[in-house]
Design a protein around this ligand. Structure first.
Ligand SMILES: [Fe+2]
Ligand SMILES: [Fe+2]
Length: 282
């Protein structure tokens, strides 16, 4: 248990952070909003797929509890359990959103099955890397969808989800940083991470293409945004000092100009995440 503290990651902070927000109430069923009446049906289908993806994750808790790898402790395992519970809270919020939009929840989806299948084959390190990729996709997707919605409960829920995913991104980066102590390990991480991000990006574009097209979100914008956030995550794992300020979680504000009435810009991600060395262009 002392090992994690010696390496500068005090997992109690993460446990306490997730514990402090675990009692957030579920909203009443979302009332239909006239402003959202014209949204395409493909959006409900797309959110239903994300709802399914937010519903899993239980096996990683058991692995965290029983893993003997260095750099983690009982507090990490408890934080992981609370993180999974928070993802389940997201699933419940998205279920409310899907029903409000008149859509139906899905029980099976090929990308969700692929995601779960991959995770079950993996050890804790690779599994957390897959979870990190899901956070990048979630931040990117929820914010882009929200940017195309009028002010509404759905929009604020999606922005709240994106904020949570940013915290999760920090949590996973903190863990992976403890596992990337040597140059060789960082090289392996970079290769695996970039490959995973490419694959995850292609899968999400294919699976959610109808909603993206119907909402007028260019694929290139999606790609550039998750590339920027993905590079930021890679930098945090490979370059940051485990004991420096970079280990502190951040909470990004919503960029006020990212509204449905204004064009999506590629640098919007840099407004919300800490500056990336080398700028924001991909
Ligand atoms: Fe989530
Ligand atoms: Fe998340």
């Amino acid at each position: 248990m002392q090992a994690a503290r010696d390496k500068g990651i005090d997992w109690r902070r993460w446990r306490d952070l997730f514990a402090a927000r675990q009692d957030r109430p579920l909203p009443d069923p979302f009332a239909p909003e006239p402003a959202l009446a014209e949204l395409p049906g493909s959006l409900a289908r797309s959110l239903a797929i994300f709802q399914l993806g937010e519903s899993g994750g239980g096996t990683v808790v058991g692995q965290a509890r029983h893993s003997a790898i260095r750099g983690i402790d009982r507090d990490f395992a408890e934080a992981m359990a609370l993180f999974v519970a928070e993802e389940h809270h997201h699933a419940e919020l998205l279920a409310c959103a899907v029903r409000m939009l008149g859509g139906e929840l899905v029980r099976k989806n090929w990308t969700a099955r692929l995601f779960v299948f991959g995770r079950r084959l993996m050890g804790l390190r690779l599994k957390v890397m897959v979870l990190l990729a899901a956070e990048v996709v979630g931040i990117c997707y929820y914010r882009l969808i929200a940017s195309r919605l009028p002010d509404s409960r759905l929009k604020s829920v999606l922005l709240d989800l994106a904020r949570d995913e940013a915290t999760h991104l920090e949590f996973h980066c903190a863990f992976l940083r403890t596992q990337a102590g040597s140059r060789w390990r960082r090289f392996v991480f970079r290769v695996a991470w970039r490959t995973l991000m490419q694959a995850a990006g292609a899968v999400v574009l294919i699976d959610h293409r109808h909603a993206l097209i119907d909402l007028g979100i260019p694929f290139e914008t999606v790609r550039r945004r998750w590339s920027s956030i993905g590079r930021r995550a890679e930098w945090k794992v490979c370059r940051a000092s485990p004991t420096g300020d970079d280990s502190q979680p951040f909470y990004f504000p919503v960029a006020s100009r990212e509204t449905a009435d204004e064009p999506l810009t590629d640098d919007a991600c840099c407004e919300t995440l800490s500056p990336l060395p080398g700028g924001c262009t991909s």
